[in-house]
Design a binder for this molecule. Sequence first.
Ligand code: ADP
Ligand code: MG
Length: 246
Amino acid sequence: MNPQLSVQALEKTFGAVKATNGASFDIAPGELHAIIGPNGAGKSTLIAQIAGEIRPDKGRIFLNGQDITDVPAHQRPRLGLARAFQVSQLYPEFTLLENVAVAIAARDGQTFGLWKPMASDQSLLAPAADYLARVGLEARGHAQVSALSHGERRQLEIALALAQEASVLLLDEPMAGMGAQESARMTQLLLELKGRYAILLVEHDMDAVFALADRITVLVYGQTILTGSVEQVRNDPHVRAAYLGE
Ligand code: ADP
Ligand code: MG
């Protein structure tokens, strides 16, 4: 099968730091592909390049065979690639339903002003309720974002990514700062989404990664040193030494 997303020999230097130093991997349709690596390995920089927020110095990114390396970030969702929104970019005084409605309107190109009237548009609120239901937030639609728990905020971020109707989702540490119960709920949610979306998951929680990933790519000093199954990565001596601390 042709890859849905293909990252080829990316390089990105910040001053003296080679944050990305020849990163390459492919993601198949419906695959959950995890990126693991120590702090500072370049995981977030890699995600930002795929999302289009950072321009790589070298290398190419292909989405469904199309070279998107030079496509601006805001045009990538419409091509099928969405990054989970940061809830900090949302309207804290709006309800969850209103925020998702705004995200739907933005996806459809209505990106200028007048968010409040848009957020009360019934034709947007009905699909907004559906996106909330997909992440288990259906009972919280009328709550304000400012009233959400940390775990609920991260669930909302996923709903906003789904609202972009992309086929590839980029998630940078969705379990960060979560307790065990919240992590378990997020793991369950990602299990439900896996297969219907190709997901690139950067995550520190190795139990979650091992439970979720079809394949794992290991990133060390900006280099993708290995891509393999959970078992292959778990048993690789280099990975144990470089990352799992054994
Ligand atoms: P990770 O997400 O794996 O922890 P990052 O991608 O955040 O790693 O960072 C990789 C390296 O690049 C680090 O050494 C970090 O300090 C550096 N870095 C990241 N972003 C910038 C930036 N905007 N300017 C300078 N250095 C950066
Ligand atoms: Mg990071």
